[in-house]
Design a protein around this ligand. Structure first.
Ligand SMILES: [Zn+2]
Length: 209
């Protein structure tokens, strides 16, 4: 299995409309930061031991009995194991309903003739070294994405994120993971402009040495 452990305790930046992937050890904390505000970051997590196990929107929302998740909610896998747990959240509004934006999103919803590959295409490229192919990509946990739901009709509306500059959401890994992150590429999700995302891995054991 491919591994890439990023430097710990320092901020990394994802350029607008791009993505990245890295290994995260059990016990390490991932913090996703919106440096400028109103920018979504899609997050995926796969078990490093068997990447066929990945975060599951359906199971997580079922067990939470809610669609809006925050600290201290767990993110369950398709095998009902907890992969990540939210440990801090200064924004308080994220989405776990909608699929990563893709060239098909931009073709079908936006009518683009030459669509950008979106978060989905960025995930496919970033996860290729781990052998994770596009049909294995699940619904992402969409950090800072603000999906408003009409409780009566179920109608969905994508509003600008509520995140302000410097807002962050942190997750602790319950098992060894492969994580992929993007700076989302959909205009509607990001208040009309594409901005970077920052992220950091902290390791309580390493920092105690
Ligand atoms: Zn996106």
């Amino acid at each position: 299995m491919h591994t890439f452990y990023p430097p710990v305790g320092v901020d990394h930046e994802i350029a607008p409309r791009t993505g990245t992937a890295f290994s995260l050890r059990a016990g390490q904390t991932l913090t996703v930061i919106d440096p400028l505000g109103r920018q979504v970051s899609d997050l995926l997590a796969f078990s490093a031991a068997d990447p066929r196990e990945c975060i599951s929107s359906g199971r997580t929302l079922d067990y939470a009995s809610r669609i809006f998740l925050t600290k201290p909610d767990p993110l369950y896998s398709n095998r009902s194991n907890v992969l990540l747990r939210i440990t801090a959240d200064t924004c308080g509004r994220h989405d776990f309903l909608l699929t990563p934006c893709s060239k098909d999103t931009f073709r079908i919803i936006y009518g683009d003739a030459e669509p950008h590959r979106g978060c989905f295409g960025n995930f496919v490229e970033a996860l290729a070294p781990w052998g994770i192919e596009e049909d294995a990509i699940p619904i992402a946990f969409n950090c800072f994405m603000n999906v408003v739901v009409d409780g009566e009709t179920g109608e969905l509306r994508v509003d600008p994120p509520k995140s302000k500059a410097g807002d962050y959401v942190s997750f602790v890994a319950e098992v060894d993971l492969v994580v992929a992150l993007t700076a989302c590429s959909a205009l509607q999700s990001n208040g009309g402009s594409f901005k970077p995302i920052r992220w950091r891995v902290d390791d309580p054991l390493q920092q105690a040495i």
